[in-house]
Ligand binder design. Structure first.
Ligand SMILES: *[C@@H]1O[C@H](CO)[C@@H](O)[C@H](O)[C@H]1NC(C)=O
Ligand SMILES: *[C@@H]1O[C@H](CO)[C@@H](O)[C@H](O)[C@H]1NC(C)=O
Ligand SMILES: *[C@@H]1O[C@H](CO)[C@@H](O)[C@H](O)[C@H]1NC(C)=O
Length: 486
């Protein structure tokens, strides 16, 4: 990432201390189910190929803090390369009723969260740098670097307070306590600047709640409820090269030993036991699989099981899997073993049955964890992945527990929207989708009484006032409000 523009610290809106000490209101109740896509523009996927009728939120990944930055304590985005993409994402998203969220941190961009959160002055400056993403632009359409990006919320992805993440991160015992201070101040500043236009705060979190000063997960996290609209629990990477055996990337139910006892069910149980409401959880799903090199022939075992000893080093996965080191934090050259769903479809599960792999592979279904897996004897490659069947069971699980919705890492890894389409079943009751029995919008019809429902462009809309001939769009001044994807 090239450092070409550092504009953030210069703008001086002060944080009102009065606002910080008053109790902030709980986020507005939002009954809508969410389908949230993390989207990294750096892979070059064209924004106009995202089917925005199938998302409620896109999380732009990532604004970052790293130690080599000109100012390591503010949110950095390279506007030279990313500015045009951010503008396009916001413009297209809003035209389709999709909220566009700035995700900050992630694996490599969380390096200085610890220092920021620990210091009142650094927090204030950081918040000022983050608010720029939410403000309207007052400088005109054509300026290369606006003074506001008109986004709808912040996804504050500190990976992880009080726990080791990337090797470049600072970690301190007080991280989680300080994180709460930071979040409260962000919430207060948002409510001050946008009193009638609620901006969301979310975070991508681990299957265990935040760590306390002793490094163990907190057992009471209720103090965080008022500051978050919801959390995105990353129920993936459950098994990887570090695990004692091969095993599922994203199990719904706990794996039996020798697998690790982590799963969607465990994550929901652990978070709710610490006081977290289920309707403030979005369930994370991977649009990728993970490869291992097993040290036994997994086809030859009786009974067949997806748990096997392995080399502990990920092989090269799909065509795009890379062993390049990341410029902002060198963790050594290694493959990840990632197979994007699109790559699995183009190379292994070419057959639309999704159960008959190409020559050399065998495909299995694990009915305990509700995950499919593949094995190739020639190089002992085991791949745990998700397909429409396992995704559909994840949607059922999210519905059963009354979760906020689902999200994926990450949007551009899909194949012809196969998995995304399944996630959209969250908008359906057990019997029907929200747009069933709803008439399509018609430009000739007068919609009088507010609250009339129409389906248009893959979404359900209601009118705010009498309207005729106005196309439903996610325009806050328009007559139509988006209720969600059909
Ligand atoms: C950690 O937080 C506690 C209370 O929140 C405070 O008393 C203590 O000074 C903090 N320690 C550090 C090292 O910041
Ligand atoms: C990365 O992988 C390639 C093979 O794809 C290999 O030739 C190269 O040596 C690897 N780089 C490092 C630094 O390990
Ligand atoms: C998988 O388990 C479910 C119960 O969780 C059961 O209804 C179903 O018949 C099982 N399917 C197979 C193929 O064993």
């Amino acid at each position: 990432m090239k450092v070409t523009s550092v504009v953030l610290a210069a703008l001086g809106v002060t944080v009102s201390l009065a606002a910080l000490t008053t109790t902030t209101p709980a986020p507005a109740v939002n009954g809508d189910k969410a389908v949230i896509g993390y989207f990294e523009t750096l892979h070059g996927f064209p924004i106009d190929q995202l089917d925005l009728s199938k998302y409620t939120h896109i999380n732009y990944a990532f604004g970052a803090m790293w130690k080599g930055a000109p100012d390591p304590y503010v949110v950095y985005v390279d506007y030279t390369t990313e500015g045009p993409k951010l503008k396009e994402l916001v413009r297209r998203g809003h035209a389709n009723g999709v909220k566009i969220i700035m995700s900050i941190g992630g694996w490599y961009g969380s390096q200085t969260f610890s220092e920021v959160a620990a210091d009142p002055l650094k927090r204030k400056k950081w918040i000022e740098s983050a608010m720029i993403f939410l403000r309207p632009n007052t400088l005109g359409e054509n300026v290369p670097i606006p003074d506001g990006w008109n986004m709808d919320g912040l996804d504050i992805d500190w990976e992880y307070p009080g726990r080791p993440g990337a090797i470049c991160n600072t970690v301190a015992p007080n991280d989680t306590a300080n994180y709460l201070l930071l979040l409260k101040e962000v919430r207060a500043q948002m409510d001050l600047e946008f009193p009638t236009n609620h901006k969301t705060i979310t975070s991508a979190v681990s299957i265990f709640p935040w760590a306390g000063a002793d490094g163990n997960s907190l057992t009471d996290i209720r103090a965080f409820i008022p500051v978050f609209d919801w959390v995105n629990i990353m129920v993936y990477d459950v098994h990887g090269p570090w695990s004692s055996s091969t095993g599922p990337n994203a199990p719904i139910y706990n794996a039996p030993a020798p697998g690790d006892p982590f799963s969607a069910q465990q994550a929901i149980d652990t978070w709710t036991a610490a006081g977290w409401p289920k309707d403030k959880i979005a369930l994370g799903t991977p649009f990728y699989g993970r490869a291992f090199t097993a040290t036994v022939n997994m086809n030859a075992r009786d009974p067949v099981t997806q748990y096997a000893p392995h080399t502990g080093v990920a092989p090269k996965g799909g065509p795009s899997d890379s062993n390049a080191t990341f410029a902002l934090c060198d963790e050594g050259a290694q493959f990840w073993g990632f197979w994007n769903w699109g790559e699995i479809r183009e190379n292994i599960l070419v057959d639309d049955s999704l159960t008959v792999p190409t020559a050399g592979w065998k495909r299995y279904w694990d009915n305990t964890t509700k995950t499919p897996w593949l094995f190739r004897e020639s190089d002992s490659m085991y791949v745990s992945y998700d397909d429409p069947t396992s995704m559909s069971l994840k949607v059922d699980f999210a519905r059963l527990h009354g979760l906020k919705g689902l999200f994926m890492w990450e949007a551009q890894m899909d194949y012809k929207d196969e998995l995304l389409t399944v996630l959209n079943q969250i908008h359906c009751s057990s019997a029907a989708c929200i747009c069933n029995d709803v008439d399509a919008w018609s430009s000739a019809t007068a919609y009088g009484q507010p609250g009339r429902k129409v389906a248009y462009n893959g979404r359900l809309w209601t009118n705010k006032w009498w309207t005729r001939g106005e196309t439903p769009a996610g325009n806050e001044w328009g007559a139509w409000k988006s209720v969600g994807a059909c």
